[in-house]
Design a protein around this ligand. Structure first.
Ligand code: DPX
Ligand code: MG
Length: 570
């Protein structure tokens, strides 16, 4: 703030100060003439570090990943040509419940009233369209009309994003970023959490305790919103008070410790791990904590639990026959932990059902590389310091099957499912967590979407290990519905990432065709700290997990349901 205190304080300074106060330390940017003054202001803030991205899609996805690590992030782009690309990562943040602040420069405030046609726009003088579009993919969108409105609108958007765990949108005209502005008031006005309504909390916990008392076989099902609500600690507290089985949805992997004695695996219908499905289907009560039932998590609607559900969401609790608003998940779980009766019947049953650990075959060094051997070697890489990103494709299934050691983190983007997400998202995440070893499992098709962002890993010397599984195409799509469109042009991936080095970079690109080559490459990656290492793992085109095949069949069937309510003429 020193530099800013000496000169005039501007709208850009206000935004910078607020971003720093809510905990942003890196902001992701692509410059354009509508946002340059704003970028100068953000750059001038001593607590913000500017991180340039190769394009706005990657910029928004890097911010999405940063929000996973940091709780909140900022992505700054130019009008339309930039923002419309950044809408994609903003959509991801919405779907994945992450507070991402999308900030866009916009036309000079004098232009709309003069009916001026401007560059980077649709070519007609109504410049409200981007703001209108942003409203649909954020929990709060504001367009600043005058400098005097900036504090109120910026504060409103930030508070909404923090409370809802959703993205917000702030549009700042190019001639307002440098306009004089008042200084911000106390940050607690924005960051103070909303607590539960005391009466609703009491009533919900009482209702839950009574409901559970009447049940013989309760199971807890954890979904991705449990982690987003920051309730991991309270979840353990509650689970231990209950003593019952805890299954996780695939997108919640890592949100409850896998070495905990009550962990019974990933519930994913037919492709569940560790007999989690047997437990879920045996239960007579299901406490769904932050669960999301979509077509993917229910395996094409074949695995929707068929008993009434008790739903604990981020800010409300619903039972068969009762609903309680303004009950925060964390508070509810820790309060309920003091009210419930211990019932470990599902754990007694699980001990009888728990499958023995599978025998894992170790390939000979010269054996051609297989999917199973990659998984075996990746499993050995995992430590308490690992953060594992798995991209859409067979990497989801391979990642879900791995056993996470205590402390290891797992990131998946299962609601939005944007191929290529993992490369920029892991980059954003790793900037915030330099102490962790970020590993990415990504397919060849996914990598081709966002490959440029590896060059930022080179530029910022981020030592991410990218395991690129090259099966020469879109295999998940092959399993859902095959066609020539699922073939892609092969690249020399190892050589490509070294091209990003130019004269000053330190990326390593390695190729593994055999089990031994992969083991050697992993050793190199683990000791390489000056930049990213990409290991291209080549496998046969048909070598995919049986879980992917099974899941693909059911999802294909769900996609192919004929239209209902057709008129008789049709
Ligand atoms: C598509 C998917 O190579 O993984 O293991 O070979 O399937 P697998 P790849 O990365 O291919 C991914 C491909 C094309 N999905 O199989 S999952 C549709 C799709 C999407 N996101 C975007 N476009 C298309 N999920 C941005
Ligand atoms: Mg592929």
């Amino acid at each position: 703030m020193v530099a800013q205190q000496q000169g005039k304080f501007t709208v850009g300074d206000y935004l910078a100060e607020r971003l720093a106060q809510v905990g942003v330390r890196h902001h992701f940017v692509v410059p354009g003439d509508y946002n340059l003054i704003l970028l100068d202001k953000l750059q001038a803030h001593p607590e913000l570090k500017e991180v340039g991205c190769a394009n706005e899609l990657n910029c928004s996805l890097a911010a999405e990943g940063y929000a996973r690590a940091n709780g909140i992030s900022a992505c700054v782009v130019t009008y339309s040509v930039g923002a419309l690309s950044a809408f994609n990562g903003t959509g991801s943040a919405y779907a994945e419940n992450l507070p991402l602040v999308l900030i866009s420069g916009s036309p000079n405030t004098n232009d709309p009233s003069q009916y001026h046609i401007l560059h980077h726009t649709l070519g007609h003088p109504d410049y409200t369209y981007q703001y209108e579009m942003a409203k649909k993919i954020t929990c709060c969108a504001v367009a600043i009309p005058r400098a005097i409105d900036a504090p109120r609108l910026i504060d409103r958007a930030l508070r909404a994003a923090i409370l809802a765990r959703k993205p917000c949108y702030i549009e700042i005209p190019t001639n307002l970023a440098g306009a004089t502005c008042v200084r911000p008031g106390p940050i607690s006005a924005i960051t103070d959490p909303v607590t539960s309504d005391k009466n609703a909390l009491e009533a919900a916990a009482k209702c839950a305790a009574e409901y559970l008392d009447g049940k013989l076989k309760p199971v807890i099902l954890v979904g991705p919103k449990a982690g987003r609500a920051g309730s991991e600690k309270e979840l353990i507290e509650f689970a231990e008070a209950m003593g019952c089985a805890v299954a996780l949805q695939p997108a919640a992997k890592g949100m409850f410790p896998e070495d905990h004695k009550q962990f019974v695996g990933i519930f994913w219908g037919q492709v569940s791990s560790d007999a989690a499905d047997a437990m879920v289907h045996w239960a007579d009560a299901m406490i769904c904590v932050g669960a999301v039932f979509n077509d993917y998590s229910t395996v094409g609607w074949t695995a929707v639990p068929n008993i009434p559900l008790m739903t604990v969401d981020m800010d409300h609790v619903t039972f068969p026959g009762a609903h309680f608003s303004r009950v925060r998940m964390c508070e509810f779980l820790s309060h309920l932990a003091t009210q419930v009766t211990f019932n470990d019947s599902t754990m007694i049953e699980y001990k009888r059902l728990k499958p023995d650990p599978p025998h894992v075959h170790t390939a000979e060094r010269e054996e051609p590389l297989s999917r199973k051997e990659i998984s075996r070697q990746v499993q050995e890489m995992l430590t308490d310091k690992t953060s594992l990103f798995v991209d859409t494709g067979d990497s989801w299934f391979n990642g879900i099957q791995l056993k996470l050691p205590p402390g290891a983190k797992f990131e998946i983007e299962m609601q939005w499912g944007h191929i290529g997400w993992s490369i920029p998202a892991a980059f954003g995440y790793a900037l915030r967590h330099p102490d962790r070893h970020t590993i990415v499992l990504v397919g060849d098709g996914s990598f081709q979407v966002t490959a440029q962002e590896v060059s930022q890993m080179v530029r910022f010397k981020v030592p991410i290990t990218i395991m690129l599984i090259n099966n020469r195409g879109y295999t998940i799509e092959v399993e859902i519905h095959d066609g020539s469109y699922n073939k892609i042009k092969n690249w020399d991936y190892a050589m490509l990432v070294e091209a990003f080095n130019s004269t000053d970079g330190h990326a390593k690109g390695l190729l593994a065709n055999t089990a031994g080559e992969l083991a050697d490459a992993i050793k190199v990656a683990e000791s390489h700290k000056e930049g990213p290492t990409l290991i291209e793992c080549t496998i046969d085109q048909d070598d995919c997990s049986k879980e992917l095949i099974t899941w693909g069949h059911y999802v294909a069937a769900a996609n192919a349901r004929p239209p209902r309510n057709m008129s008789v003429q049709e």
